[in-house]
Ligand binder design. Sequence first.
Ligand SMILES: [Mn+2]
Length: 338
Amino acid sequence: MRDREFIELLDRGLYLVRGEAAAILTHAGGDPDSIGASYTLINILKEIYKVKKTLFTIPSRPSTHSKALLNHLNLAIDDLEGHEGYFIVLDAGSPEQLEEYRWIFSKPEKVIVIDHHTTSIGSYPKDVKLYVSDKYQSVCEIIYDLAELLNYELNTLEAEALFAGIYYDTVRLSIADKNSLRAVCRLAEKDVNPVELLSRLETRMELPERIARLKAASRMRIYKIGEFMIVLTRVGSYQSSCARSLLGLGAHIAVAAGESDDGVEVSMRAVNEVVERYGIDLGRDVAEKLGGEFGGHGGGHAAAARAYCREGDIDSILSRCLEILSEKLGSRAELMEA
Ligand SMILES: [Mn+2]
């Protein structure tokens, strides 16, 4: 077990919900880590902590990837309207990531956060019960360790749910350390069939996403900052998929912005080399700042982040983003001829 003391603390914390009702929430859009952990935790809450009623929801709307996992697990999304009891938030690095469900913090003492992002410490209201350890590479591994502590026997579907979360949060195991790999091996003993499971989850890319990616590439402006290639583009949908695809083309940092119902959504991605060499954190250094300056919010991880801007137009938001990146990387941005 990676951190027994932390898991024992979590176990004691969860006794609070014994005999009560609990609503489980992921971060906006959900992902395999937050959904896999929710699924298994819900079962553990009922079985071990005798929670009398559980609800589950994904703020905003579930992403395509999330929908595939929800179907596989047969996990339905509930309406939390009128829920009385505890709220358990999984894998969300800040309260903003709960979007339309931020109202749950009106009673912070009823909220329990289980997470592995460093940003969680300090960003939640003070009466929220925080179980955060950034030693963990995924929340699914936290739940795996909890199951082990409780001697809870995982069934195949629970094992698959946890496997999926660990697999994707360790970038397909490429950055998995020995504890993550140990959990994966133990889960494999529960009859998880990775090939079959992953082929179900990895939905084929649909035409609209392909079109968005190709448009994003054809519209991009290319900048050089020092020795790094930065690309900025605008596209109406699939911003994060577009930004990711531009890294595949050769960009070190890619930023894709597009208008949504309530402002401008900006997705950004960086290759690890930039993150490591410059200690740049797109979530903290760029998205949070950009969102804040344009009347919205932002956050994420070092190499993948998103800002929501409620003021300003795409052009001014993108130029400000370029400015922040230049400051961070310590050189001026030069526009390259297309
Ligand atoms: Mn996670």
